[in-house]
Design a binder for this molecule. Structure first.
Ligand code: NAD
Length: 320
């Protein structure tokens, strides 16, 4: 069995490649050529109520591969200098069930999540959007910046994190990496979003913090951080006023508090969901219809994304 470690994943899977892999992935999923089972997400019985173990299986077809991502999310890990997400993707050949590769899941998750957001941004954000906000300056912030920069002509980036030291350090590092961009370290969410056109919420917050009244008409929001029925990042009022898209109807309506909580409150119904990323990619649905609409892409993360990246990496590094 081949092992593809963190550095090799980072070196072999660029953001522009990952966006193309995700485009094919959502196309195939929408056409029914690939499938996934409901993932199992368990809160570990360690008394913390926040440490998660998830098992995410997917099948890419009888002549391709299948397998699963097994991943942990320990939000408190940063205090020990460890990533919040760690795990492995196991890849098997569909023709004979042979296990061909074990791939670092933290690196794949870092890249594929941002690539999916960038793909959604490409379909939903205004064509000339150049101002990006990152709320949450953790691992996903740098990958979202890199991926979204490859689909829109970014000029200004606003950053907010509850941990102000973390967002300051992030901004200092990104100024070195992207001297052509202007970075703003913001001390409130409102200051970070009021001049923006693309907002990514990338936090482990349990309470909604992004309000509709702070956001300019025409803004696109990628809501990525939460994936349990009782946690959310966006207020019901923002959801009510937005054109909403999801990564998958079933997964979103099982797991996304951003959707389920406003539905429970009677503020929106499932009709508020205008489509999936697969429907956008296959042109079964349309994106924004004016430069004034607020669009929201709400993603809980799918096993097909991990397995498609794993297959790509396995083949790119020479296969068996
Ligand atoms: N949807 C998906 O496919 C997907 C994939 C990967 C990660 N995630 C989730 O995205 C989130 C970010 O991932 P990460 O790896 O960057 O995590 P991380 O732990 O590295 O960073 C999270 C950051 O959010 C900040 N934060 C928490 N609450 C906040 C709030 N209310 N306002 C502002 N900042 C706040 C924290 O201080 C931290 O810096 C996590 O919740 C993770 O589980 C989702």
């Amino acid at each position: 069995m081949k092992f593809i470690k963190y550095e090799e994943v980072i070196n072999q899977l660029s953001f522009s490649e990952a966006i193309q892999v995700m485009k094919s992935c959502f196309y195939d999923y929408e056409q029914g050529q690939i499938s996934q089972s409901e993932r199992r997400v368990e809160c570990l019985p360690d008394g913390s109520t926040q440490n998660i173990f998830a098992m995410m299986p997917a099948y890419l077809g009888s002549k391709r591969f299948f397998g699963a991502k097994m991943i942990t999310a320990f939000p408190g890990n940063r205090t020990q200098g460890l990533p919040s997400h760690q795990g492995v993707i196991l890849l098997f050949e569909s023709t004979n069930g042979y296990p061909v590769a074990a791939i670092d899941a933290n690196a794949v998750t870092w890249i594929r999540t941002a690539a999916v957001s960038a793909l959604a941004t490409d379909y939903l954000a205004k064509a000339d959007a150049m101002n990006l906000t990152l709320i949450g300056a953790g691992q996903q912030a740098s990958s979202h910046l890199a991926a979204i920069k490859s689909v829109r002509p970014l000029r200004r980036v606003f950053v907010y994190d509850l941990d102000q030291d973390r967002s300051q350090a992030f901004v200092a590092q990104m100024r070195q990496t992207y001297p052509e961009l202007k970075f703003f370290h913001c001390s409130t969410v409102e200051a970070a979003v009021c001049d923006s056109e693309i907002i990514c919420t990338l936090t482990s917050s349990k309470e909604p913090f992004l309000k509709g009244e702070w956001i300019a008409p025409g803004t696109h929001v990628n809501a990525i951080g939460t994936f349990t029925p009782t946690t959310r990042e966006l207020t019901s009022h923002l959801m009510e006023g937005s054109r909403i898209y999801v990564d998958d109807y079933g997964a979103a309506l099982r797991e996304s508090g951003d959707l389920l909580l406003p539905i429970q409150e009677g503020v929106i119904t499932t009709d508020a969901i205008k489509g999936t990323l697969g429907e956008l990619v296959t042109e079964k649905t349309v994106g924004r219809s004016s430069d004034l609409e607020i669009t929201v892409f709400n993603a809980v993360g799918l096993a097909i994304e991990d397995l498609c990246c794993a297959e790509y990496l396995f083949q790119k590094t020479g296969g068996r």
